[in-house]
Design a protein around this ligand. Structure first.
Ligand SMILES: Nc1nc2c(ncn2[C@@H]2O[C@H](COP(=O)(O)OP(=O)(O)OP(=O)(O)O)[C@@H](O)[C@H]2O)c(=O)[nH]1
Ligand SMILES: [Mg+2]
Length: 374
């Protein structure tokens, strides 16, 4: 049996388009010999009878599937669709695609090929060199470009040109790694937050330029509310990008308290000498920091390293960061004559950054969906 590619088509009042889209997608099957194509239509009980039309076609196309539900926004439809597709078909690849004929099905074989040859996320990009939106009004183009620019720079993904595209092919194994419940419910916000989440989880991405024409039939569902949610979502994405660093700093502060508590216990209650108590207190705080980071800060990161290797790396990083902290401190008081408290704070800031980046990029390094990176 060949692996499955599942194309998710969210629909709301697409009765005039759905028949054409389904037929055009299945016409691409013969150009793909590596995968079996399935379509999952996620219709939110469209009043125009889109789902009845899909049901009629299901008699002819055995790989056509349908789920229906209450209308809660495009993002919610995708979340439901992805969860259903993964549990029912165990697909290798999942496509996101609009059902309004604005995404050209001719691209499906190319995306499918790229997603099995080195990339885990293929984006049909309107704004990459070669892509275009020939019928966009100046206003729509300006909103789209501004929105994309904000996501690129606030979301820390400047190299992606089209962050809100709804035409993508995703390695299905990446999706369970993403926190879908965190993602927004509406269209553009959902697409941009899913993209950031996929990249956070190690997606290897390529953009393929596409031409995005205007709708011929039916109406756009993009509303003013979508634009408002988009702005709120930017703040959420920004926080999400720094979330690990904030958690790491909180753990660092807890480490100081653990160190101090242990030192006081050893010297004041157990009467151990300070030269012996200090290293025990330091080691206790390193171990407690390690487990808090393991279970909280970097929880959910997929990484092939065993616990022992991680603990060893964490100690090495603590040593390097401690040494850097101390060297900067000595340098600043001896050669620059800085006030010792300021010199110490500078050393701590540098040590914290070294500590965070080494542990994030080495100890708990993420693996890509297309293979281990350890
Ligand atoms: N199930 C479901 N599908 C939706 C919902 N909103 C939009 N869609 C579908 O999502 C796809 C994209 O919606 P459009 O309204 O065309 O949005 P767009 O293509 O980003 O914007 P335009 O360029 O203005 O058309 C279409 O297939 C819609 O039918 C929804 O709330 N639920
Ligand atoms: Mg559309």
């Amino acid at each position: 049996m060949r692996p499955i590619t599942c194309i998710i088509l969210p629909t709301y009042n697409e009765v005039e388009n759905i028949r054409w889209v389904v037929r055009a997608i299945f016409a691409q099957s013969e150009k793909i010999d590596s995968h079996d194509l399935h379509i999952l239509v996620v219709d939110d009980d469209s009043p125009d009878g889109t789902h009845e039309e899909v049901r009629r076609m299901m008699g002819k196309y055995t790989n056509l599937h349908l789920i229906t539900g209450e209308k809660k926004g495009l993002g919610e439809a995708y979340k439901r669709g992805m969860a259903y597709a993964i549990s029912q078909f165990h697909p290798d690849l999942i496509f996101e695609m609009d059902a309004d004929r604005q995404h050209d099905p001719e691209f499906i074989p190319i995306f499918n090929y790229l997603a099995t040859h080195g990339f885990s996320l293929v984006i049909g990009s309107r704004f990459a060199p070669g892509g275009s939106t020939p019928n966009f009004s100046l206003r729509r183009k300006a909103i789209s470009l501004l929105g994309n620019w904000m996501i690129r720079f606030l979301g820390g993904i400047p190299r992606i040109h089209d962050c809100t595209s709804g035409f993508r092919c995703i390695k299905a194994s990446l999706i369970p790694r993403c926190n879908l419940s965190f993602l927004s419910t509406r269209g553009y916000s959902f697409q941009s937050s899913l993209l950031c989440e996929l990249l956070r989880n190690g997606a290897k991405v390529i953009e393929v330029p596409i031409i995005f024409p205007d709708r011929i039939y039916g109406e756009s569902k993009l509303s003013f509310k979508d634009q408002i949610e988009f702005l709120f979502n930017l703040a959420k994405i920004r926080f999400r990008q720094s979330e690990e660093f904030v958690k790491y700093c909180i753990v660092g502060v807890s480490g100081i308290l653990v160190n101090l508590g242990m030192y006081i216990t050893l010297t004041r209650l157990l009467y151990l000498p300070p030269p012996l108590s200090s290293p025990i207190a330091i080691e206790t705080s390193i171990i407690s920091n390690f487990f808090l980071n393991h279970l909280w800060t970097f929880n959910g990161r997929h990484n092939a390293k065993g616990l022992f290797k991680k603990i060893t790396n964490f100690h090495i990083v603590a040593g390097i960061a401690g040494l850097s902290n101390y060297s900067v401190f000595i340098l600043l008081i001896n050669y620059i004559g800085l006030y010792d408290i300021i010199a110490n704070l500078t050393g701590i800031a540098l040590g914290t950054l070294i500590n965070y980046f080494c542990n994030s990029l080495w100890t708990w390094r993420r693996i890509r969906a297309d293979g281990p990176a350890n």
